[in-house]
Design a protein around this ligand. Structure first.
Ligand code: PLP
Length: 371
């Protein structure tokens, strides 16, 4: 029997071990820990990659969202529309800004449904936070149209979508800001927590640079506001700088794996697959995750686990409106049904074609045996 864990950190480390160790040695021998040249270099490289004016490294994706909301002036009395099918961090950032998260439904591709957004707008709505989930960009034409009509700010949660595009435009570059996470399992992951905000707005960029560093002005060091200690570590930035050089190669591999899954699973009528790479002209997906909807999901999970294949349910299997302690009372039809069926199959750069074919064989076997 094979053993295919959902994620494989040691294999990813081995892939470029010598280069990582060289970086660690170099940074440590220079004693370059906080806000040093490696951070500046990575920020410049990331801004260049995405074609934006500013990239600002922060502690993690959650702080990328919170500092974005604060810099955009969103706070008490405001409502921000966000999908329920996202990590709790998206809604938590809105909550901690002082605003209220309002949860929207998703659609068949598991991203925010623009029709659901339109129904939730009130006089208090200040912003929309589309979540570019699973390495795919939402329908930004429709979302922009709503934002323009109602004078709303867009803060993109692009934590799962570095490099993904909609109509040739990168995730994170549609809104006032785009937030990225470099959590280790992300398509661009570091060796711990990390994040960044990107923006073309000089004023917002200046504010975020202050908020991440105790409210201090980066030029004169004077405190101009209350901030946080939320800087991206220089060592992590140095690692990310190296990984960014290989990023496009890693994305090619992710898309190959998604293509293989598609080829081997598309005939099974009990599963709903994400759109295949290159199947839609408007979308370039980077497959942070391969999230399917599967009939008899829990039994399939158990079957795969016995066959040595690790799977995961995003957010522990619940959308945000289903966390009863948070007190949401939302009627989100698609999300409600989808959470009974959603499951992530393994997808990372070190997965072999043979592994993917084995996983697909097992899924085919499972549905043949339940017929
Ligand atoms: C959609 C989404 N939003 C926000 C975050 C928060 O990022 P982080 O874990 O880096 O704080 C994540 C990452 O886990 C995420 O997947």
């Amino acid at each position: 029997m094979k053993n295919i864990p959902f994620f494989n950190y040691p294999a990813l480390f081995e892939q470029r071990k010598d280069e990582y160790l060289n970086i660690v040695q170099d940074v440590l021998s220079r004693g370059a820990y906080i806000m040093q040249q490696d951070l500046i270099d990575f920020e410049n490289d990331l801004a260049k990659y995405l074609g934006v004016k500013h990239a600002i490294g922060v502690a993690d994706g959650t702080m990328a969202l919170l500092t974005s909301l604060m810099a955009a002036g969103i706070g008490e009395g405001d409502e921000v529309i966000v999908p329920s099918h996202t990590f709790i961090a998206s809604a938590a950032a809105i909550h901690h800004s002082g605003a209220k998260p309002i949860l929207a439904d998703c659609q068949e591709d598991h991203l925010i449904d623009p029709d659901s957004i339109a129904k939730l707008i009130t006089s208090k709505t200040k912003a929309i936070m589309p979540v570019q989930l699973n390495g795919r960009v939402a329908n930004m034409d429709a979302i922009n149209k709503i934002a323009v009509e109602h004078n709303l700010i867009i803060i993109e949660d692009s934590c799962q979508a570095l490099g993904a595009k909609y109509k040739d435009q990168f995730a994170g570059t549609f809104g006032l800001t785009g937030a990225f996470s470099f959590f280790p399992a992300k398509t661009l992951g570091c060796f711990g927590d990390g994040g960044a905000v990107v923006t073309n707005n000089d004023e917002v960029a200046d504010k975020i640079r202050m908020i991440r560093d105790h409210g201090r002005d980066p030029i004169d060091g004077n405190v101009k506001m209350y901030g946080f200690n939320s800087r991206l570590d220089n060592l992590q930035a140095a690692v990310l700088g190296l990984k960014l050089k290989y990023y496009d190669e890693d994305i090619v591999r992710r898309r190959q794996i998604a293509t293989l899954y598609h080829l081997h699973l598309r005939a099974i009528e009990q599963v709903l697959l994400p759109p295949a790479p290159d199947s839609e002209v408007d979308h370039f997906d980077v497959f942070q995750n391969y999230e399917i909807e599967a009939h008899d999901r829990d039994k399939l999970r158990e079957f795969l686990s016995k066959a040595g294949v690790g799977t995961i349910l995003q957010w522990g299997g619940s959308a945000i409106h289903q966390y009863s302690e948070l007190g949401f009372n939302s009627d989100l039809r698609y999300t409600e049904e989808m959470t009974k069926k959603f499951i992530l199959l393994p997808l990372h750069a070190m997965l072999s074609d043979e592994d993917v074919v084995y996983i697909c064989q097992k899924i085919n076997e499972f549905y043949c045996s339940t017929k």
